[in-house]
Design a protein around this ligand. Structure first.
Ligand code: SIN
Length: 279
């Protein structure tokens, strides 16, 4: 196994490993360490069955299932499908999921540690995923800005995100709403395994900053979200079928980008690993 940096500030490509085979403890320790320190890991040319994807994901911890159960694989409900494909009149996956900057499941009291996204079908153009290092974003704030926000909390809301991202769809059911109450998280979070700080923001999912007026909250959030996605901290991944990427949701944000969804098919499988309460 060989690891190669993707950018100076984030990301590594892991080569020479077939994830259909059990990963030995020593190699897994290197992978886990690389995830904690480099936040995004790319494995190319994989040929994973659903069960392989799930079993490699489980090495990182217990897996979560998404609240939009209509997009889960029947045999492996840990897999959430992102796709524009409609089969026999039924969408096989959630289309336009994550087309804004966010960290997965940040609306949960215990958001996920990481996500493993596996590319099955990818358009020849568009549909890239952008990643931003929230460690780099925090480090680049000046000391006054750091002091100002250091102990602030922001409200993350799945209902707010869903209402904006999927305004043309049926609203969330009462059961789905009950499973996703709003939650307040620190604006600055500590990586539980390395101790490094990162900015913890997000576009549509972060509704407001506690203790500020609506206007102040909106201004500060726009400022922080704008800072967080400075090109100096972001990396664009151009997908090929067979790519698997795992990202650390405790130190990154990401967003999917549009593509010609009439002309092309995109099928991606995502698992998410349980995490801790941000502090
Ligand atoms: C996601 O937010 O997990 C989706 C990213 C993508 O589809 O590129």
């Amino acid at each position: 196994m060989e690891l190669r940096a993707l950018t100076p500030f984030m990301g590594m490509e892991v080569r020479g490993i077939d994830l259909r085979q059990p990963v030995g403890d020593a190699d897994f320790a290197l992978i886990r360490h690389a995830l904690n320190t480099h936040s995004v890991l790319l494995f190319r040319d994989q040929a994973l069955a659903e069960a392989d994807h799930v079993s490699f994901s489980r090495r990182f911890g217990p897996l979560l299932t998404h609240v939009l159960t209509q997009f889960l694989k029947e045999a492996h409900p840990e897999i959430y499908v992102l796709s524009n494909v409609v089969d026999a009149g039924k969408a096989i996956g959630n289309h336009k999921e994550g087309w804004n900057w966010h960290s997965d499941l940040s609306y949960k009291a215990e958001p996920c540690l990481g996500s493993l996204l596996y590319a099955i079908e990818t358009p020849p153009e568009g549909a890239d995923t952008l990643f931003a290092s929230m460690h780099a974003a925090w480090d680049a704030l000046d000391e006054d800005a750091q002091q100002r926000i250091r102990h602030m909390k922001a409200v993350h809301s799945y209902a707010a995100y869903y209402g904006k991202a999927f305004a043309d769809r049926n609203p969330l059911s009462d059961e789905q709403k009950a499973k996703t109450p709003d939650v307040a998280h620190p604006l600055v979070r500590t990586h539980p395994e390395t101790g490094r700080l990162s900015l913890y923001v997000g576009e549509d999912v972060v509704k407001e900053i506690e203790g500020l007026s609506a206007g102040e909250s909106e201004t500060l959030l726009a400022e922080l979200n704008g800072h967080a996605i400075d090109p100096a901290f972001t990396h664009r991944h151009v997908w090929q079928p067979g790519d698997l990427i795992i990202w650390d949701n405790r130190s990154t944000m990401h967003r999917a980008t549009p593509y010609d969804d009439v002309k092309y098919r995109r099928v991606m499988h995502r698992t998410t690993v349980a995490g801790d309460r941000p502090f």
